[in-house]
Write a protein of this length. Sequence first.
Length: 298
Amino acid sequence: MRIAVIGSGALGGYFGALLARDGHDVTFTARGQHLDAIRANGLRITGQTEIRLAVDVTDDAGRIGPVDLVLLAVKATQLEGVLANLEALVGEQTAVVTLQNGLEAPSLVADVVGRDHVLPGVVRVYTRIAEPGVIDHMGGPGSITIGEWENADTSRVAAIRAAFAAAGIPSPAPADIWQDLWCKVMFVVPTGMLGALADAPLGVQRTGLRENLASIMVEVRQVGLAQGVDLADAVEQTLAFADQMPAEATTSLHRDLDAGIPGELDPLVGGVRRLGRRAGVPTPLFDLGHALLERRLG
C-alpha cells in the first residue's frame, strides 16, 4: 500500500515504522527537531520493539499526493491544522483512519473528505517520543481497531486489517466501531478529568473516588446512548478494566493539566459536553470539571 502518516509522533511514528518495515510505501510528516532528526538519522523505535529505518519524511503533506491509506495520527488539538491538506491525499478509494482521542475527529474529517473515505479508529498502545526521531514503545496491545462508518464488512477494511496484521499490528474486527470508540472515551476522559481535579492516579480514583468516577462515566454513557450507541453495560465493564490497570497510572490529559498545559481538555472534556448539548443530555459533572480546570489554567 501507499500510505501517508500524518503526524509522526508517538502513535504515527510507531505504527508507520512497522508498516514501512513490512515493505509498504510510507511517507511521514513531521516538524521541528523531530523532522530534522528523522532526516538525519532515520526513524528509530526503542523499548519493546526495536526498529531503525531511513524513511521518507516531509513537513508538507500536500506534496505527497493521493495514497491508499492515510493514518491521521496528530493529536486532537492539532487536527484543525492538518485538515486543509487532506484533500490532496485522497483519491477515489483512499481510506482515512482517525486515531485521535475523543469523539469529534471522524465527523470533522468527514466534513472535509466525505464520510465514505473515513474509517473511525481506536488505538491501544503505550508509546512516547523519547527524543527527537526516537519513539519508545512501552507496551500495551499495540492494536488499531477500524471500521466503516456504518460498520459494513468491506474488502477495503479487510485489506487494511490484513496489512496491519502482516506488519505486526493487531486489528480486531469490532461488532460496532462506534461502541469501541465510546468505550475508550469512557475510560480515558473521566479518569483524565477526575485525575487532574483530585491530583489522583488511577489507583486512588478506583478506590476512594470510585463513586465519583462512576458518576462521570454515567454521563458519558447517557450522551452515547442519545447518539444511538449501545453502552448498556459499559460503565461496569470500564470500571472492571480500570481495576486491572496499574495503580500509579495517569493519563496524558492529567499530566498536561498538572503541568499547566491545556492539552486535550477541549477536544476530550469539551467534546463530551458539546455532544451532550446537541442531544439535550445534561452533563453537570463535565460542566463543573471543565469550568474548574479552565479556571486553574487561567
